[in-house]
Design a protein around this ligand. Structure first.
Ligand SMILES: CC(C)(COP(=O)(O)OP(=O)(O)OC[C@H]1O[C@@H](n2cnc3c(N)ncnc32)[C@H](O)[C@@H]1OP(=O)(O)O)[C@@H](O)C(=O)NCCC(=O)NCCS
Length: 194
């Protein structure tokens, strides 16, 4: 028996309609979250965070088609990174109406998961703490705010409606609705953390 169920054929008209709807809601998210945004046309033309998420959605669709598509998905995400300064691994799982404001310096790792209606500012990292090929990046819930420069590392979970302050370093789970600020720097004796 085949491991993967056969793919349902996708009608091109339906695909285009869905893509247009998703792009529309990405633009609405930018208008809602950025008080400086004055028109959807300007957002569509000039917001690198929006361009990066659109490129990611195409790259992710390639990625999930299977390993033969992975080099092409990586190529597209590298082109998007070159143009926007935002690096999103095509294997990451990102929900709807995700908005990255400013964007430059964002890194989202391969096994990261991001919910719906998440707002992220520039220089946020959703990174790993180990180099194994397993779930090693954060899982971020719905409606989470990720402040500029926040670093979330390891397979931690950030609950719905949480807020992560600018420049926070988060290495432990965050409860739903919780606000976390600051850097938990402490002396680490023993093996160097990868
Ligand atoms: C963490 C954050 C969400 C908290 O917002 P809030 O709930 O409205 O909290 P407040 O602003 O009332 O601050 C509460 C306390 O946390 C402190 N605080 C706020 N943000 C902080 C941060 N990033 N790091 C350290 N302390 C912070 C405040 O000084 C205040 O301290 P006090 O109680 O001793 O006076 C918000 O401050 C933040 O960092 N947002 C990200 C904004 C951002 O990245 N903007 C980039 C735009 S380009």
């Amino acid at each position: 028996m085949s491991k993967n169920p056969p793919r349902r054929p996708v009608h091109p008209g339906g695909l285009l309609r869905r893509a247009r709807q998703r792009m529309g809601e990405d633009l609405s998210a930018a208008m809602r979250e950025d008080p400086a945004a004055t028109s959807k046309v300007l957002v569509a033309l000039m917001y690198p965070g929006v361009h990066a998420i659109w490129a990611y959605r195409v790259a992710h669709a390639m990625w999930v088609r299977g390993p033969a598509w992975h080099p092409w998905a990586r190529l597209l995400s590298q082109i998007a990174r070159f143009l926007t300064g935002i690096e999103i691994h095509p294997g990451a799982t990102i929900g709807r109406r995700f908005f990255i404001d400013h964007g430059m310096g964002v890194v989202i790792g391969e096994t990261a998961e991001v919910g719906d209606d998440v707002l992220m500012y520039h220089q946020v990292t959703l990174g790993g703490r180990s180099r194994g090929r397993f779930k090693r990046h954060p899982t971020v819930g719905n409606r989470v705010l990720l402040g500029a420069g926040a670093k979330l590392i390891g397979p931690i979970t950030v609950g719905d409606d949480a807020k992560i302050g600018a420049n926070a370093l988060v290495v432990d789970d965050v409860a739903p609705g919780e606000t976390v600020v600051g850097i938990p720097g402490k002396r680490h004796i023993g093996d160097v953390i990868a």
